[in-house]
Design a binder for this molecule. Structure first.
Ligand code: NAG
Length: 405
């Protein structure tokens, strides 16, 4: 009896000791992981700090004018032994207008090469270049004189046949559009998210948007006004809701479709990239009072030729992006064109569109379209500041209406 009692007491002690040991070990573990996470936090903080230093050095360095509201300014002035008088001017890291395929990541460089070999649109460029240098003023005049920005007309064969009777708008686009003073071209870039540019964009006399880019629920960042919507033929042909979605019912619509290099309207009509013609007709029947134009298929290639001429190397033999075409269209209708997030701001991201969660660096640097060279051109034509590009993603281009050539 006594023996079993002792045995019981003994095993109780052992159990209690084991329990104590387990608790001790568990506590120690917990402490450890807590310290680990503290260490991690400290590391993150350091990385964040050095990142901040980097951006301060290369980007948002703020020293010069007293009107800037940079939070670093005070401390920098205090800690600088030289004082603000000898401070360097602000330097903002923005798009380099001499970018080339050397700036591409290997994957995009490979795509660029593949397109050069593929030559889907049978490009046979015989003009000058590559690498011809024009001043910004000369380039503006060159673009104005060499690219005939116009729409397909009811007198163009085969749009003058009975199949097309009454489908194209009767008025020239210029009776419906402009001339405007200040225009905005709003890209669909992911970097527009959280930009708070809505009010600034809406303050323009006319706003051009692209494809299915919405304004609803994104008003704060992209504004509410849509004066022109430029769409590619792929969207018109394949978007299921194109005829139903009231997104498309506002403003003037323009659709463009890539032809084989420099083919005329009859040739293009026989072999469009996307056969959007029936969908176009259906839309016109549903909404006959909304102006809806078809861009002359020669326009993209007339623009492409100039891009090729001034670029430092061979560019993708594919049509320019909708973005570049939209900028060109507005340049012909406005005194001044503010382009948002075509040249990336400090918000630059691999997120392709502000209204979709889709990542690809090709959306900024280009794969199919010669986007890199288009950005070089827009940077060259920009008369705004690097600060506007960096902070707002805004490039300001003088329209063609008032330039002297
Ligand atoms: C349509 O235009 C073509 C080329 O300009 C012309 O030859 C043809 O006669 C026109 N057709 C009609 C029905 O006007």
């Amino acid at each position: 009896m006594i023996y079993t009692n002792l045995k019981k007491k003994f095993s109780f002690c052992i159990v209690a000791f084991l329990l104590f040991a387990v608790i001790c070990v568990w506590k120690e573990r917990k402490k450890g992981s807590y310290y680990d996470s503290l260490k991690l936090q400290a590391k993150e903080f350091q990385v964040w700090k050095s990142l901040e230093k980097l951006t301060m050095r290369s980007g948002s360095k703020s020293v010069s004018s007293g009107s800037t509201q940079d939070p670093h300014r005070g401390s920098q002035t205090l800690s600088s032994p030289r004082g603000p008088a000898q401070a360097k001017p602000q330097v903002f890291q923005v798009w380099d207008k001499d970018s080339s395929s050397k700036n591409l990541i290997p994957r995009l460089r490979k795509i660029w090469k593949n397109y050069l070999n593929m030559n889907k649109y049978k490009v046979s460029y015989k003009g000058p270049g590559p690498g011809v240098k024009y001043s910004a003023d000369a380039l503006r005049c060159y673009l104005r004189n060499r690219v005939k920005v116009a729409m397909v007309e009811a007198t163009d064969f085969p749009f003058n046949t009975s199949d097309w009777k009454g489908y194209l708008p009767k008025e020239n686009i210029r009776t419906n559009a402009g001339p405007w003073h200040k225009c905005a071209v709003v890209s669909s870039a992911g970097s527009l998210k959280s930009s708070q540019l809505g009010q600034e964009i809406d303050d323009h006399d006319a706003v051009l948007r692209f494809n299915g880019a919405p304004t609803a629920t994104f008003e704060q960042d992209v504004g509410t006004k849509t004066t022109i919507r430029l769409m590619n033929s792929q969207l018109v042909t394949t978007e299921k809701h194109f005829l139903q979605d009231d997104l498309y019912n506002e403003g003037i619509l323009i659709v463009w479709d890539p032809s084989v290099y420099h083919s005329d309207i009859p040739k293009w009509y026989q072999k469009p990239d996307y056969n959007f013609f029936n969908k176009y007709k259906s839309y016109r029947e549903l909404y006959p009072s909304q102006p809806f134009y078809i861009l002359r298929p020669q326009v993209p290639w007339e623009l492409w030729d100039i891009l090729q001429e001034i670029s430092p190397e061979e560019i993708q033999p594919n049509p320019p992006s909708s973005g570049m075409l939209g900028i060109l269209i507005m340049l012909t209708l406005c005194d001044q064109v503010d382009v948002y997030e075509f040249l990336p701001s400090k918000r630059k991201t691999d997120v392709c569109y502000y209204y979709q969660k889709f990542y690809d660096s090709a959306c900024t640097m280009g794969a199919y379209h010669p986007l890199l060279y288009e950005k070089n051109m827009v940077k060259h034509l920009n008369v705004g500041t690097d600060k506007d590009i960096y902070l707002l993603g805004k490039a300001t281009l003088p329209g063609f209406r008032n330039i002297r050539c």
